[in-house]
Design a protein around this ligand. Structure first.
Ligand code: FA5
Length: 361
């Protein structure tokens, strides 16, 4: 940007001769005071401009050829007494040169900061900024690995909704309304309802067993991995939002031996090496008999999840004939098996979003 529009300004002495007779007389003191005020205002304004638009605004205000303040001061020259005009003209030219210099300095200052960026942007010889590549979160990696292993065993991956109704989260799983598992303190009920019944964030992926069986006929082999929610206090092994793997197999002649075999293959493939599985008697309303299963790996037993033969009441609820079909189901915590595999002592680390931790996987 330049002040080209002002570069052909009429010189002070020219202005005197051109407009002298038409003007009211102005005292030299008043003229010089006006000139000083003009210079101070211009210095303040040009010193503070932060961008090209503000600089142009200041140029028009102070140096503009048509109605800039310099032009207005110049017009006063012609009102000076003839004896004062040479001095007035000299001061005027000095002021004009000073403000023009201030303008050039501001122009250079702005061009300097923008210029560097422009150079950076087009210097193709400079090495580029390295792009930090992210990767898949360890929990998602675990989910995909489990899906892969189960697919090899013939289990199809299916999904279910995270906002559930009472039927799929409880009733169809033989958890009646008086059951403590339905306590509002143990679930995230939502402040919305379908009909009269409150909905909730599902507390287990066993809901997906029901949704699949309601819509399909045996034989079935499905696995579902997804988020579940419980108002558990977060600690090294608990989190209020976590993931479960749900497995369901409905086929004629299924036994607990098949269940143990599938769990052992899953554990061996996921953890690597020889993994032992043991069952401990337990209770779940939707399996009979029910077990907790532990896995032994690296000399330690760890509790992995719950399992059992699908309860006849559940088969009836979804419209199957329990005399004709049977099957097993199991559920385990994804964070727990991921922690085991990767040697993570505290499952909260998976959700702290600390890239120094996540980068390791
Ligand atoms: C169940 O949720 C049953 N639905 C499992 C099941 C499926 C049984 C099919 C029978 C047939 P349980 O509440 O024990 O069971 O939870 C299963 C696993 O989820 C636990 O063993 C544990 O690994 C994990 N888990 C439970 N609560 C949390 C939590 N707050 N944070 C992280 N993992 C958890």
């Amino acid at each position: 940007m330049t002040v080209s529009s002002d570069s052909d300004d009429t010189g002070a002495n020219d202005a005197l001769t051109a407009a002298g007779q038409a003007r009211q007389p102005v005292g030299i003191a008043v003229f010089l005071a006006t000139l000083t005020a003009f210079c101070e205002a211009a210095a303040e304004s040009l010193g503070g401009v932060a961008d090209e638009a503000a600089l142009e605004q200041a140029r028009i205000e102070f140096l503009g050829a048509r109605s800039g303040r310099l032009k207005a001061v110049q017009k006063n020259l012609s009102g000076l007494a003839a004896t004062d005009r040479p001095a007035g003209g000299r001061h005027f030219n000095e002021a004009k040169a000073a403000v023009t210099a201030l303008f050039s300095a501001a122009q250079e200052r702005l061009a300097g900061s923008g210029g560097e960026q422009a150079t950076d942007a087009i210097d193709v010889t400079l090495p580029g900024d390295p792009v930090r590549l992210g990767h898949i979160h360890p929990i998602t990696q675990t989910i995909r690995r489990v899906q892969e292993i189960m697919a090899r065993l013939g289990f199809e991956s299916v999904d279910g909704p995270e906002v559930e109704d009472q039927w799929h989260n409880f009733e169809a799983l033989a958890i009646p309304s008086e059951h403590p598992a339905r306590d509002p303190l143990d679930n995230f009920y939502l402040a919305v309802a379908r009909g009269a019944e409150p909905l909730l964030l599902r507390s287990q992926t066993s809901t997906v067993q029901i949704r699949v069986m309601e819509n399909r006929q045996p034989p079935l082999r499905i696995v579902s991995l997804g988020r579940v929610y419980r108002p558990d206090t977060a600690d090294a092994t608990h989190y209020p939002m976590f993931h479960q793997v749900e497995g369901l197999l409905i086929e004629q002649g299924t036994t607990m031996a098949h269940l143990k075999s599938v769990l052992r293959q899953l554990a061996s493939s996921f953890l690597g090496g020889d993994v032992h599985v043991r069952f401990r008697p337990s209770f779940f309303p939707f399996t009979e008999p029910s077990v907790e299963f532990d896995m032994e790996w690296g000399g330690r037993w760890i509790e992995m999840g719950g399992a059992g033969m699908v309860d006849p009441a559940v088969l009836t609820a979804v419209g199957y004939d329990p005399e004709k079909v049977s099957g097993f189901a199991f559920g385990l915590g994804v964070e727990r098996i991921a922690a085991r595999r990767y040697g993570v002592a505290d499952i909260r680390d998976f959700y702290r979003n600390d890239v120094r931790f996540l980068r390791q996987f």
